[in-house]
Every structure is written in C-alpha cells, then in structure tokens.
Design a protein around this ligand. Structure first.
Ligand SMILES: [Mg+2]
Length: 197
C-alpha cells in the first residue's frame, strides 16, 4: 500500500473514477493463445516464432472481446529464461510477433525462475503482473477476467480479485483454488464473458 495524505474523494469523484476504469481480459499465453508443446502430459512453451502456433479461433475471440470494450492483457510466466534454458530475446521476438497478429494491449512477462524465497510478487500465482497492468491501463480488476490452463493462472486471478476461467485440457494438473468457470477452450471462455458482461 502507498500511504498518501490526499483528502478522501467525494462521492461524485468516486463515481467518475469508477466509470473511468476499464475492464480487461487477462490471458495466459501458452495453452490459451498458442498451442503448447506437450511432453509427458505437461505443456511447455515454444522456443521460437516458428513454434508459436495460434490455437483455433484465437484471432476471432480477441477481436470480439476488443469490440465488447475489453482490454486484452497477456500475463505469462517464462521461468525457462530465468533458468537459462533460452534467452529473453527469443521470448521478446515471440511477443513482438504475437502483438503484430493479435490486438493485444499489453504483455506482462515474469522471467523469475521460481523457487526463490520470498516468491516474486510478479510470478503467477502472485498477482503482481495483473496489478501492474491495472495501474498502467486503469483497469478495474474486480470487473475483469483471468483465463488460464494451469492452477497458477487460476490462483493468480483469484489473488487479483478477477473472475477466473479454467481451460481444461485434461493435463496432469491439480487445481488449488476452484475456478469460477471451467471450459474446454478459449472460444467457450469468450462466450461466457460476452454473455455476462
Ligand atoms: Mg498456460
């Protein structure tokens, strides 16, 4: 928390602040935007633009959500960079390509390798990436959504105060917190969001 000495806003000010806040859909990357490499029942990230293949319907879903007024923010853990398995430049090249082909407003990446103590506030399941994007883009997290295919995404969404949608691919995945919704793919996730907005 940041301590301030500014006076409390009036009811009118609070109303105008609330209406100025935007809604966002936070998207995990691997398994939500692009097809992951699956090895022994577990998903792994692409290590080049050539391996970055969009899942079916993703451009259309992004367009529909944008037209409905949502900001689109990708929030991705890329611990393999922190672990030295591939370079940050590779990830940045993939993200430049992703933002050229999809109407993404912001990409949040955490390169933390994990296993550090205390854990990074920016590594999912911690909500730091979502909170940083919310500050930068004036997002109301309580009226926003988090979509992911791993328990870390769902817990991150809960920790940020978002509504959560779990894309269930039948991975060898044990959820921690219960998602608000469970769907088979991003197209179904978008359908739920657009029905309830
Ligand atoms: Mg994923």
């Amino acid at each position: 928390m940041v301590a301030t000495v500014s006076p409390s806003p009036s009811a009118t000010d609070q109303g105008s602040v609330a209406s100025a806040l935007r809604r966002a859909v936070f998207l995990d990357r691997d398994g939500v935007i692009n097809r992951p490499k699956v090895v022994a029942g577990k998903p792994y990230p692409p290590s080049s633009v050539a391996e970055f293949v969009l899942l079916p319907g993703v451009p259309e879903v992004c367009r529909q959500l944008k037209e409905a007024g949502f900001l689109l923010v990708v929030a991705t853990n890329q611990p393999d960079v922190g672990r030295g398995r591939f370079s940050q430049a590779v990830v940045e090249t993939i993200h430049t390509h992703m933002c050229q082909v999809l109407p993404i407003d912001r990409v949040e990446v955490c390169y933390d390798p994990g296993g550090t103590e205390p854990p990074s506030e920016f590594r999912k399941p911690r909500p730091g990436m979502l909170r940083r994007a919310a500050t930068a883009l004036n997002i109301d997290l309580s009226r926003s959504w988090m979509i992911g295919d791993r328990w870390r995404d769902i817990d991150c969404g809960h920790n940020a105060g978002c509504t959560t949608i779990f894309i269930d691919y039948g991975y060898n995945e044990h959820l921690h917190a219960k998602p608000h919704f469970r769907v088979p793919n991003l197209v179904e996730a978008a359908r739920i969001i657009l029905m309830r907005r």
